[in-house]
Design a protein around this ligand. Structure first.
Ligand code: FEO
Ligand code: CA
Ligand code: CA
Length: 722
């Protein structure tokens, strides 16, 4: 095959949305306004409004309502550029599980010098989203166990420079094509998921290298295709002509926990791992998939992130060449990309259970997935962001109504089949007046069925080319939707919009209203530099309409309070690029994590704690850009009592992934890609590493930086943050 030059794309911030939404949206408003409640929903008139305290008495899944913290019980930490994890006075952070740690008793200790092998039995790289799954003393699933449990985790990506994942190769690896098979074999194994058992003696936490629960899922693990796209022509490959099986999961970013106790993980920036021949568009002639391939960010001739397709003719390398080079789809991997981009479901308690790709939840750059509180007799509802510039916010509403008995289902993946395989996907459109609509993405929507933008003939067309369906209905282009979280106290949904360097005055709208210039040293940064967090309220989670406001505008404390620092942030809570967001069920605290490159001249990435308010607790605001005025809705200004910085991470790291024990006394977070700005040429010169964490905190061999999980506890044994 003809190879393009090595990649220059930042695969984490792809933008390939060519549409001019929301201007399309106004045209379509009249057609769609006739649509009432979402399909699968119970009539709203027969169901009361969800009051703040109206949740009690419903049959629900899992934990009881949080004893909402009335105050944040710690002193904020200062911004930091140290190569260390900084936590408040009275707290301890302990490293428990890092890249390369052995998952079986027979796997040698990690040397961390680039000579290690057998990554199928070690922790993967770039720890990201994760969830806690408790175990009782007999090793059975427990919703309350807080000292012994499993953590299921995403291993999103790897620290690379010009093709090679350099910290796992002795000399940094090969930055030219073709890539050596031995290097690619390692890289294929450091992506995916892991399940690892952890235990505490009440003081110290440790993972169990020999636990029978430990598991790795990699890019080559078999997965079953479920939902609307199962058996579709779009999923036929040389590996499986029936379109029902695929291999592996990739670029798993945010995570979630289902009401029936399984782990769900979002496949995010998968498209960059595939190569297409320069002439692939021509080879496919009138194949409508060419439009889809471009919309999902893969132009013909572009280099892949790691050049895996170049490592040889064997199937495990050839599959990364997504070109039409065989006689038919059964004879090549032209459809291999279509087997990625889904929410995948894993049963963390059963290490033999096959991973399931839940295609009815759509194909996109999935960040996390978060569920509304499950209520007996009502549909199960999940919220999701598609993280790329100008992409959309989605929700899924199940056909099946929640049966509280499924919270302890014997066959958890069968419960997943019941709630995630049949249902309806919706995409959000925000309006200036503070209202919004969920637009149905199905052939029952005439805008989709009659679209001249893309030919939607089957439910699989919508499931596989979801972004095109969302374009067609006129969804609102957002500033990179990342994690969604549901406030357990009142059901309001918070979605982080991390930043958008391409937002311009012309494209500002009420829900993405800021454009400004920020300085990083002498470098000018433009657009929505620091990001924001939008908040939605629905009368019922399955409703077709919502109200919204902007809970928080991220900003530097010193920025102009009239146009940039609209939430009144101070030195104690200023931040940039909110990404991870989770509500604690134990404390009610809204935890917010950052993955930032804009404020990193002043501070490393961080974790903050917020006491959330409620929709409408602020007011209206009009931003003026010359002739253009943008009306928006701003939540209440923050104070040092409502919002505080809790932790700052080491150099070059993103803070991501967050879960807690049910008692709220152990909070786990991930430190992803410390030292990621290290040059590959310096791979054997620790004095030139950007970071030497966690070795410099006393964890493990070698000096090379490693992604790792840490656990934060309070020295007095109390609930973290409260
Ligand atoms: Fe993997 Fe959108 O962060
Ligand atoms: Ca700045
Ligand atoms: Ca993220």
């Amino acid at each position: 095959m003809t190879h393009a030059p090595v990649p220059t794309t930042d695969f984490n911030i792809e933008d390939s949305n060519p549409t001019a939404n929301p201007s399309i949206a106004q045209v379509l408003d009249a057609r769609l306004s006739r649509r009432g409640l979402l399909r699968g929903a119970v009539g709203a008139a027969s169901v009361g409004t969800l009051a703040a305290t109206g949740l009690s008495g419903c049959a629900t899944a899992g934990a009881s309502l949080p004893a909402a913290a009335s105050q944040l019980g710690f002193n904020p930490v200062a911004k930091s550029l140290a190569d260390a994890v900084v936590v408040p006075e009275g707290y301890t952070a302990q490293i428990v599980y890092a890249l390369g740690d052995p998952l079986t008793a027979g796997t040698p200790a990690f040397k961390n010098d680039g000579t290690d092998t057998d990554f199928a039995n070690r922790a993967g790289d770039h720890h990201d989203g994760m969830e806690w799954f408790g175990l009782d003393a007999q090793g059975q699933p427990s919703a309350t166990a807080s000292l012994r449990g499993l953590i299921a985790m995403n291993h999103e990506a790897t620290t690379d420079e010009k093709l090679s994942s350099f910290f796992i190769h002795a000399n940094g690896g090969t930055a030219t094509l073709p890539r050596p098979a031995a290097e690619v074999d390692k890289e294929l194994m450091i992506h995916g998921l892991s399940v690892v058992e952890l235990q505490s003696d009440g003081k110290q936490w440790a993972y169990k290298p020999g636990s029978a629960f430990n598991r790795r899922v990699t890019t080559i693990t078999e997965a079953a295709i479920h939902g609307a796209a199962r058996g579709s022509e779009h999923l036929v490959t040389q590996y499986d002509a029936t379109g029902t099986k695929a291999r592996g999961t990739l670029n798993n970013c945010g995570a979630g926990r289902t009401p029936w106790g399984t782990y769900v993980s979002g496949e995010e920036n998968w498209f960059g791992y595939f190569f297409r021949d320069a002439k692939d568009d021509d080879a496919r002639k009138k194949d409508k998939q060419v439009q889809g391939l471009k919309r999902y960010g893969r132009k013909a001739g572009e280099a892949s992130r790691h050049g895996w397709e170049s490592a040889g003719a064997a199937d495990q390398y050839a599959r990364w060449n997504n070109s039409a080079i065989g006689a038919s789809a059964k004879d090549d991997y032209r459809n291999e990309m279509n087997t990625f981009g889904y929410v995948v479901e894993l049963d963390p308690y059963d290490h033999k259970a096959v991973l399931r790709k839940r295609t009815s939840l759509g194909r996109m750059g999935h960040e996390n997935i978060t569920f509304a509180r499950a209520v007996a007799g009502q549909p199960v509802v999940a919220y999701m962001g598609d993280d790329a510039r100008g992409e959309y916010i989605y929700k899924f509403v199940s056909n099946a109504k929640w049966d509280a008995a499924d919270a302890s289902a014997a066959n958890r993946l069968a419960a997943g089949d019941k709630y995630l395989d049949q249902g309806t996907l919706y995409v959000a459109r925000f309006k200036e007046d503070g209202s919004g609509q969920w637009l149905e993405l199905s052939l029952d929507n005439p805008v989709i069925a009659n679209s001249s933008y893309f030919e939607f003939k089957t439910a699989a067309d919508v499931a596989v080319f979801t972004r095109l369906a969302a374009d067609a209905v006129g969804a609102t282009r957002m500033d990179r939707p990342e994690w969604a979280g549901v406030n357990p106290k009142n059901g309001e949904v918070y979605i982080t919009l991390t930043n958008n360097s391409k937002r311009t005055v012309e494209t500002t709208d009420s829900a993405n209203p800021r454009v400004y210039t920020d300085l990083k040293g002498s470098k000018e940064q433009k657009g929505n530099v620091n990001g924001h967090i939008v908040r939605l309220a629905e009368k019922q989670p399955h409703d077709s309409s919502f109200r919204w406001d902007i809970y928080l505008f991220a900003s530097e404390a010193g920025a102009d309070r009239g146009s940039v620092n609209l939430s009144g942030l101070t030195e104690e809570n200023d931040l940039s690029s909110p990404d991870g967001l989770v509500f604690s069920k134990a404390s009610g605290i809204c935890w917010i994590e950052t993955d930032d490159g804009a404020f990193t001249d002043k501070t490393n990435c961080m974790l903050l704690a917020a006491l959330p308010g409620r929709l409408g607790d602020g007011g209206e605001k009009t931003l003026t850009y010359g002739e253009k005025q943008v009306r928006t809705h701003v939540g209440k200004a923050q104070t040092s009592a409502s919002f505080k910085r809790f932790l700052v991470g080491p150099k070059g790291a993103e803070i991501t992934g967050i879960t807690e024990t049910p008692d709220g006394r152990a909070l786990f977070i991930n430190i992803q890609h410390p030292g990621e700005n290290t040059k590959m040429a310096d791979v054997n010169d620790p004095s030139r590493f950007e970071s030497r964490w966690p070795a410099n905190a006393g964890y493990g061999a070698g000096q090379r930086p490693r992604s790792a999980t840490i656990v934060i506890t309070k020295k007095d044994g109390g609930v973290v943050g409260a």
